[in-house]
Design a protein around this ligand. Structure first.
Ligand SMILES: Cc1ncc(COP(=O)(O)O)c(C=O)c1O
Length: 420
């Protein structure tokens, strides 16, 4: 006879088996029905709360990737959930033919808290960059000449996967196979001002740069480089565009990454963390550039829709009123010191780098993918950029205890995978 404990265990085992059967079927369906853009994925997440997520078996993970720099307030933060619930009960969507208060509030908030004077709202990072590319070209054609349309961007940059955004991306692996690319992009070497200067000619209209390259391996621009780009743009009447899609909005310990450098762009793109987990992108501009788009030039069915705009406004209020960036700076220092202590003990680690809570470890051996998999086994989510770089983009609300726990798990994973 089964006692009550035995009965409970029997039910639990049955429940887990059923969950596993469902999960196996779903994983099989994912391989059958979804285009294979993300490779084979086995981890199925069903719940998130704060800095933790759970898979379908109930296993818990410390999330140090945060949706690749999206969930800056952690998962299901009450302010985002509440904003979405309230808005969903009132108006889900109505098109940009009509005004809605959350969109106006969001645009006003962004302008009142940044260098910008006007905003266009989109749905993603790539789309915000598409808007930026259109904006600077139109401006340059209207103000200067039809030939002045070339944009200088950087090798190892990343600006998205749509056609113009990938043409602006300085990585062959992103572009290969999708030729013909959108013309009008030339590539300089990140942190090498002379390489930018050499590319400027009578067809140049703008310079597009990430203040801290993300997909390129978490590489901060030097202060001299960004200050030099500003000088070049001023001297040649070029637009300076900062892509802060990954590094903006508190991630690096300031509200916007440009604040670290004291260099103000003319145009900036945001996305990722902006909606607190809901898709939204934004294109911000000042001065004459802010006045370029007129009816018919650019639009989006969903851009800044009521749900996304409400969530974004809730995130921004929390960012600016809740000292989120300050705590990201403090936690960034702490996590970095823990990673440096790990690096001192582990000869596999070549370098710790990054700013605030946008951090990376460079490994000597090409083991990044294996370390990511071993971390997952340990209950820690991070990701790999190529074969040598481990990236950490945790929620900005992490504590010292979370950092210590993550480093312990990482330490075990490195010992499991690394050379003896
Ligand atoms: C710097 C940067 N720009 C643009 C993008 C593209 O954003 P999305 O994936 O939302 O289109 C990304 C995404 O990783 C990014 O990191």
């Amino acid at each position: 006879m089964l006692g009550s404990f035995g009965l409970a265990m029997w039910f639990l085992q049955r429940w887990c088996t059923m969950q596993q059967m469902d999960a196996d079927a779903l994983i099989q369906q994912s391989q059958q029905y979804l285009m294979n853009t993300y490779g084979s994925r086995e981890l199925m997440l069903v719940k998130g709360q704060g800095v933790r997520v759970w898979d379908h078996t109930g296993k818990e993970y410390l999330d140090f990737l945060a949706g690749i720099g999206v969930n800056n307030l952690g998962h299901c933060h009450p302010c985002i959930v509440e904003a979405l619930r309230t808005q969903a009960e009132q108006l889900l969507h109505c098109s940009n033919l009509y005004l809605i208060a959350p969109q106006i509030g969001l645009a006003a908030f962004l302008c009142e808290h940044s260098f910008a004077e006007r905003v266009f709202l989109a749905n993603s990072g790539a789309e915000a960059n598409e808007g930026a590319i259109k904006l600077v070209r139109l401006y340059s054609k209207q103000k200067f000449s039809d030939e002045r349309t070339t944009i200088i961007t950087m090798h190892q940059s990343f600006h998205g996967r749509t056609m113009a955004a990938l043409s602006a991306t300085g990585q062959e692996k992103v572009q290969k196979g999708f030729e013909p690319l959108v013309p009008g992009f030339v590539f300089a070497t990140f942190n090498d001002l002379k390489s930018v200067e050499r590319l400027i000619n009578s067809t140049t209209c703008a310079i597009l740069v990430e203040p801290i390259q993300g997909e390129g391996g978490v590489i901060p621009a030097t202060p001299d480089f960004l200050a030099g780009l500003r000088r070049l743009c001023n001297a040649h009447s070029l637009a300076l565009i900062f892509d802060e899609i990954q590094c903006g909005l508190g991630r690096t310990g300031t509200n916007f990454a440009y604040e670290h450098y004291g260099v103000v762009p003319d145009v900036m793109t945001l996305a990722k963390a902006l909606g607190g987990g809901v898709p939204i992108g934004a294109l911000l501009a000042k001065g004459e550039l802010a006045e370029v788009f007129q009816p018919g030039h650019h639009a989006s069915t969903f851009g800044g829709n009521p749900l996304a705009a409400s969530a974004a406004l809730a995130y921004l209020r929390e960012l600016f009123d809740g000292q989120l960036a300050t705590s990201a700076a403090r936690m960034g220092k702490f996590l970095r010191s823990e990673l440096e202590a790990l690096a001192a003990r582990n000869p596999c680690i070549r370098q710790v780098r990054g700013v605030g809570l946008m951090l990376a470890l460079e490994l000597g051996p090409p083991l990044a993918m294996q370390v990511v998999a071993a971390c997952r086994q340990q209950g820690l989510l991070i990701n790999a950029i190529g074969e040598h770089v481990l990236r950490f983009l945790p929620p900005l609300i992490i504590t010292e205890a979370d950092c210590r726990e993550a480093c312990m798990k990482l330490d075990s994973a490195l010992r499991e995978v690394g050379p003896p």
